[in-house]
Every structure is written in C-alpha cells, then in structure tokens.
Design a protein around this ligand. Structure first.
Ligand code: UDP
Length: 323
C-alpha cells in the first residue's frame, strides 16, 4: 500500500518537529510547511521535504498542494504566547485566523480528506470545577485562545459543507523533549515555564514567578503539563481514527493532573540537583488560575492516554537544554 502524505504546517517548530518524527515513525510520508518565523530549519529531519512559506500566502500554499497529493493536514503553524497575544491581538488574529483560512481554502481546493488542528485549553473560561471536560464553558480569556476557538468553529462549518473530516485537539501545556535528543523546545524569546526555570538554573539567575496570589493551593497557577511525545501520540491516534472512518471530534489532550508553578520548580530542583531562586512578580495578563484536562473522552474514543509524568518531562527538557 502507498504511504499516505501528511502536510505538517509549523513542522519546524516545537510540537510540529516532534510530530514530523512521530508521523515518519508511523510510516507516513511527511511534508513540512513553515515560515521559520519562530521555527528552526535544523529541527526538520534530513530527507523530509521542507517548504519555506507563510500560511497567509495563498500562492505558497497552492504550490505545496500542487506538488504532492496530500491526504491529511496537521496544522500547528501559528502564534502561541498568551501574554504576547494580549499586547498584539491583531497579529494573533492575522496569523492564527486569517492564515488558517487560507490553509483551509487551499486544502479544500486540493480535496484533502482529514484535518487535525492544534487547538488549546485556552479556549475554556474560568470554572468552579478543577478539571475541564470538552463540554466546559468556552470563554477564552485572551486573544490567543479566542483565535483558536474561532478556528474550531470555522473548521467545523467548513466540514459541514465540504465533507472534510477533522479533529480539534485542545492541548494543555506541551513540555519536555524527544527521548532521542534530536528536537526540543526552542523559542526566542522563551516564555514557557519549564525552559525558563532550566535556563535560570543554568545561568544561576532567579526565575520570575508571575503571581503568587491565585486561588490555588500555594497561590501560583496550576497547569496540566503533558509530554510533547505523548501529545504527538494523541495526534497520531486522532489521525488514525479519522482514517478508520471515525466521525470528526474535539478532544482534550492532557494528563488530568495539575501542577503549580512551585511544584514545577521543585521537580526541576530534584532533577538538576540545583536550588532555584524565585522572584515573585505581578500576575501575567491573560493567565488563568487553573487549567487541567479531563482527558476521559480521548481515552475512551481514541484509546489514547498520556504515559509520562512531570519528572520525565523535566528530565528530557534538561537533557535538551544541556545539549
Ligand atoms: N510562568 C512563570 N514564569 C515564567 C513563565 C511562566 O511564572 O517565566 C507561569 C505562567 O504565568 C503560567 C505558567 O507558568 O501560570 C505556565 O505558563 P507557560 O507560559 O509555560 O504556559 P501557558 O499556560 O501560558 O500556555
């Protein structure tokens, strides 16, 4: 049987570059499309076709869809920093919404059958319950989450009229690095907690903790940190379900366990054997107090579950940081 061809947008980025490896390992042919605004060409494995282009550019997209008979799109390309989205909302709507519209148009024109979309837990509003199921209230507290929620709706509407089938994957906090050390988190500037703590350890500087007065067990924000390789396994399970004829769906990809910022700092201290110095700062605009997945649906429908815990996440991230 001929291998299916999957277009990975944002395949030179953090999660995308792990997904490229997961897809190749599962026997797919992979094509990467990335504008390298935040991604790195070096993170795309040798031998994987790479197209430098922007999803907002219809000509660049048309060229890729003309060059390959693409069966499925896994769409990661986009801007991802919650705090930045509050300051630059128009960039977020332009890249994440307008860009994704162009990608959908090109995909529909090329008769792509399956679309897997990188959504986010940031689509959920504040909740009294500690964990979010997919039926929780959708009320994003920042432009990043709003841009992803808009796309969820646009994809679902497009599917109704075209027969495209889709999976909307709401991820919690992707973290860690590949077990083989070939790729990991590499953002400039880095805004995410775990790499920032690891850099603070390396440079012997304090880690800024954004807010210690949240209504949580220790006053710092709680997140559900999911190993990036578990996350990619979830995408693979979603894609395979679509290929097997399953209906479109929306799924949380998380572990179901929450860790506060201070918990993560303690995990880093345990893994690195170094003391972390904390500097408490004001809350970061747009941050929710607590975001933890209820991953039951993904387990039941996709047969997927995250296997790696916080220690393994920090260990792999530390190995990547030192590489
Ligand atoms: N955070 C922090 N210091 C940092 C980076 C992040 O205290 O240098 C906090 C942030 O306010 C949030 C949590 O760590 O409560 C996770 O933030 P991150 O940016 O990693 O992911 P997000 O949840 O925003 O997608």
């Amino acid at each position: 049987m001929k291998s299916k061809i999957v277009l990975v947008t944002g395949g030179a980025g953090y999660i995308g570059s792990h997904m490229v490896r997961a897809l190749s390992g599962a026997g797919y042919r992979v094509v990467v499309f990335d504008n390298l605004s935040t991604g790195h060409r070096q993170l795309v494995p040798r031998g994987v076709p790479f197209h430098k282009g922007d999803i907002r550019n219809p000509k660049a997209l048309a060229a890729v869809f003309a060059a390959y008979k693409i069966d499925a799109v896994v769409h990661f390309a986009g801007l991802i920093a919650v705090g930045e989205s509050v300051v630059q909302p128009l960039s977020y709507y332009d890249n994440n919404v307008a860009g994704s519209l162009r990608l959908l148009e090109a995909g529909v024109a090329a008769k792509v059958k399956c679309f897997v979309f990188s959504s986010t837990a940031a689509v959920y509003g504040p909740s009294r319950t500690p964990r979010f199921s997919e039926n929780a209230v959708l009320a994003p507290g920042n432009p990043y989450g709003a841009s992803k929620l808009m796309l969820e709706r646009i994809i679902a509407d497009t599917a109704l009229s075209t027969g495209l089938r889709f999976m909307l994957l709401r991820y919690f906090n992707a973290s860690g690095a590949s077990a083989d050390g070939s790729t990991g988190e590499w953002h400039e500037p880095e805004t995410h907690l775990i790499p920032n703590i690891l850099r603070a350890v390396r440079n012997d500087t304090p880690i800024k903790v954004f807010g210690d007065d949240y209504p949580t067990k220790d006053g710092t924000c709680i997140r559900d940190y999911i190993h990036v390789e578990d996350l990619c396994a979830g995408h693979l399970a979603a894609l395979k379900a679509l290929e097997a004829g399953s209906s479109s769906g929306v799924f949380n990809l998380g572990t179901g366990r929450g860790h506060s910022v201070l918990d993560v700092i303690r995990a880093v201290e345990a893994v690195t054997g170094k003391k972390v110095t904390v500097s408490v700062k004001p809350r970061r605009p747009g941050d929710a107090a607590c975001l933890v997945a209820d991953p039951t649906r993904a387990r039941k429908v996709l047969g997927w579950k995250a296997c790696r815990g916080l220690t393994e996440i920090v260990r792999s991230a530390w190995a990547w940081e030192l590489s």
